[in-house]
Design a protein around this ligand. Structure first.
Ligand code: FDA
Length: 302
């Protein structure tokens, strides 16, 4: 209740106050800050995935601008020798306005990444986007094989069926590459599992299916229980190090993160940056009031 009230008040709070907690999770506003954070993570033997903030744009001019920024980001990050790849949200390129325009922009970004022998991960957004984003991914995967991956959300009731469909998809010698996360959007119960334990159970079922079907798994979670269970599955299926990695968000559970790195597993951190940090932070908080407790901790227990 208190979390919800706080979350609703957030867009009206001073930007500086919001920045106090956001800065833990966001590298900064510009490419230089993104580079700085990425270099520090690389020094700790952690790879990154770079994300330019922005989503659900309202006109196609913004899509063009976002594409140009991504092209610049790919140039800069590869020129600086950053160990990492890139993530993007299709609604930032007009997915819900004009699917063809969106496809062409993302295609151009992936072509650039492929030219640099790099990789683009398509983030998964709310449930109205799932079918379109899966189709977008399939089309791009056919053309760019090893240079594109997708996110899968364990909380969706449909996910195991989607993975089963994918198991028949021609991989052209490059495994399907999925990041498996719980899912962050607030969805109705007809669409998504709501119970915490149920989501965990489905996460592990999905992960097991991915290992059984030789799909590359980006194990994206800060849930210690899931990390330990994932390690058991890796052991059970003797999954080679080339077929999985752990992924976490910048600023979240750094101790768990370093314990995984110390145990010799590959780790990638999602590094968001950009001018849209304020909208991003407040929207996320309104969508998921549970996050408000993280803010209280960040503000008062630093
Ligand atoms: P859970 O929420 O249970 O968190 C476990 C513990 O981690 C918490 O108890 C807390 O201690 C800590 N924690 C988690 N989040 C925290 C935070 N923000 N601040 C401080 N502590 C925190 N979702 C989606 O729908 N589409 C996507 O494309 C992506 N992409 C993505 C990339 C990466 C690399 C990650 C790690 C996550 C995503 N997500 C996502 C978000 C994901 O779906 C999920 O909402 C969060 O990872 C939280 O779920 P956990 O599995 O970490 O468990």
């Amino acid at each position: 209740m208190f979390n919800k009230m706080l979350a609703n008040l957030l867009p009206y709070m001073p930007k500086k106050l919001i920045w106090l907690f956001s800065k833990r999770y966001i590298a900064g506003e510009g490419i230089d800050q993104g580079l700085e954070v990425s270099k520090k993570l690389n020094e700790k033997n952690i790879e990154v995935t770079i994300d330019l903030l922005g989503e659900f744009i309202t006109n196609l001019e913004q899509a063009e601008e976002n594409k140009n920024q991504y092209l610049e980001i790919i140039e800069r990050f590869t020129a600086e020798g950053i160990q990492g790849n890139f993530s993007l949200k299709p609604t930032m390129f007009g997915l819900l306005i004009d699917q063809e325009v969106c496809y062409q922009h993302i295609r151009e970004i992936i072509a650039k990444a492929a030219e640099k022998n790099n990789f683009i991960r398509i983030d998964m957004e709310d449930s109205q986007c799932v079918d379109i984003e899966i189709e977008l991914f399939k089309k791009l995967k056919k053309e760019f094989s090893g240079h594109v991956g997708l996110v899968i959300q364990a909380y969706l009731r449909r996910t195991l069926e989607d993975l089963t469909d994918f198991s028949n998809f021609p991989s052209n010698g490059y495994p399907l590459n999925f990041r498996l996360c719980k899912g962050i959007y607030v969805e109705p119960k007809q669409i998504a599992f709501k119970d915490y334990e149920e989501v965990r159970k489905h996460y592990l079922e999905d992960l097991e299916f991915m290992f059984q079907n030789k799909m590359y798994a980006g194990i994206a979670t800060h849930d210690k229980f899931l990390v330990e269970e994932a390690l058991k599955l890796i052991e059970k299926y003797q999954v080679p190090q080339t077929m999985y990695e752990f992924q976490m968000l910048y600023g979240v559970t750094p101790e768990l993160r370093s314990s995984i790195v110390k145990r010799g597993h590959k780790m990638r951190v999602y590094v968001p940056f950009g001018k849209q940090w304020f909208n991003y932070s407040t929207r996320r908080l309104k969508e998921n009031p549970k996050m408000a407790s993280h803010i209280i901790k960040a503000l008062f227990f630093r």
